[in-house]
Design a protein around this ligand. Structure first.
Ligand code: GLY
Ligand code: MN
Length: 447
């Protein structure tokens, strides 16, 4: 974690931001994450702290909570001391006063007092939408609300203030994200080096994870390591690599401090791309470049997405898969048959940064998202700001079921030659990424 002054400064900035939004009184609740059991309580998934808790209090340990009293400007950490059983089974760890000092909180209380303090703040408690059942149950009990009603009762002012603060990365955060990206590049290099016909997808996934864990952190999200790149989020690993096919790896590492990397590469399993694979790969690279070249403070990310979409429509027209004017094709949404997802998203303490605060709050300034196929999957559309960190990860896919469905309804048939598109089905899917910082030269992170 960082120095205590970092967390003190972030909390002060949050209190000031909330005051400027009219929230001068009240209690901000930060339930930290608990251990998450796999199949019985002592057999838990690897612990991951809540990212808001990490950002404002920094301690990556289970069983903690915190509050900020906005009127008094005081932060309280809720933590229990070490029992003899804890000592025996999980070893020594900092005492509660040491925890308080590490995050610079003003006070420390027993963990059970969190519910008491939240209950006393009914009607003036600010919280973000809980995404874990145990946190929702605890908050709901304290606030006298059903867990399912909490998301709608979350504080809009708090969400807006947190998003505005967390989306501008501090230099220390950028340094950590660079570390995450470096480990992520190593993951990709290791997988590319291990790829050959006969190796299983599971072994490729394990190779990526080996590097992520060796980096001291862990995978930032479940790796997509697949011979079927046309399935966008393919989280199974049942296949075996075969000569002539493509392999798509979408994987990244998270650092010890919790910052994420997220990269995709698509490469030939044999010695080289065949002509069709190469042609599609080149279109994807051009789409990434078109997106990156537009990225600057003040430019809506939606326009960067559409620049990538235009490059894809243009490239597919040159291949005979699409036809007509690329701008008109993109305006109509025809490109989404081959590029059905958003070009990227913010990245930070979460790989999809702050997505738990609501996509429209993070990426759309609270405005509704497009319902159009393709654009509805764009996680961020608002103008970029200096200091944001974003991914760029365009792709071109030949998805059999989607092509068949659109062909059957003659959808966008003035822009798509379905007979030609079907010939490209063996290419499957190609995605390739980079990352860029709004307001500075983009750093290519494609291995
Ligand atoms: N790269 C994985 C994702 O953004 O969901
Ligand atoms: Mn991503």
């Amino acid at each position: 974690m960082f120095e205590p002054s970092v967390y003190i400064g972030r909390r002060r900035a949050l209190v000031a931001a909330l005051a400027s939004r009219g929230a001068r009184d009240g209690l901000v609740a930060f339930p930290g994450n608990n251990e998450s059991p796999i199949n019985y309580p002592d057999n838990a998934y690897r612990f991951r702290q809540d990212s808001c808790f990490l950002y404002y209090f920094g301690i990556a340990e289970p069983g903690l909570a915190a509050t900020i009293d906005l009127g008094a400007g005081r932060a309280t950490l809720y933590a229990d001391g070490l029992t003899i059983d804890d000592l025996v089974w999980t070893g020594p760890r900092p005492g509660v006063d040491e925890y308080r000092a590490l995050c610079g909180a003003d006070a420390v209380e027993p963990r059970s007092a969190f519910g008491r303090d939240v209950a006393a703040a009914r009607g003036r408690c600010l919280f973000t939408p809980p995404y874990r059942a145990d946190s929702a149950i605890e908050l709901g009990e304290a606030l006298g609300m059903a867990p399912k009603d909490l998301a709608a009762a979350a504080s809009g002012a708090l969400i807006a203030a947190v998003v505005a603060q967390r989306e501008i990365k501090e230099d220390r955060e950028l340094a950590d994200i660079e570390r995450a990206v470096d480990v992520s590049i190593d993951m990709h290099r290791a997988v590319i080096a291990a790829a050959r016909p006969g190796v299983t997808e599971a072994a490729m996934m394990a190779e990526a994870y080996r590097v992520a864990y060796s980096g001291g952190g862990m995978p930032a999200f479940p790796a997509i390591a697949t011979t079927k790149g046309s399935v966008l989020h393919n989280h199974g690993y049942p296949g075996t690599l075969a000569d002539g096919g493509l392999f798509l790896l979408d994987a990244g590492a998270e650092t010890v401090n919790g910052y994420a990397g997220d990269l995709t590469s698509t490469f030939p399993i044999g010695a080289r791309y065949d002509d069709r694979q190469r042609a599609v790969y080149d279109i994807v690279l051009r789409a990434g470049e078109a997106c990156a070249s537009m990225m600057a403070p003040g430019v809506p990310y939606r326009d960067c997405h559409l620049a990538a979409a235009r490059a894809i429509a243009e490239g597919l027209r040159a291949l005979g898969v699409m036809r007509g004017d690329p701008d008109e094709a993109v305006a109509a949404g025809a490109h989404a048959c081959f590029f059905p997802h958003g070009v990227g998203h913010q990245m930070g303490l979460d790989v999809h940064d702050m997505e738990n605060l609501g996509e429209v709050n993070v990426g759309y300034d609270g405005q509704p998202k497009s319902a159009e196929f393709g654009l509805k999957s764009l996680r961020l559309a608002k103008p970029l700001k200096a200091g944001m960190v974003l991914t760029i990860e365009p792709g071109v896919y030949f998805i059999e079921g989607l092509i068949a469905a659109w062909k059957a309804e003659k959808r966008h048939s003035s822009f798509i030659d379905y007979a030609e598109a079907e010939k490209w089905l063996p290419v499957g899917g190609v995605r390739a990424s980079g990352a860029a910082r709004a307001g500075s030269a983009s750093r290519s992170t494609s291995p």
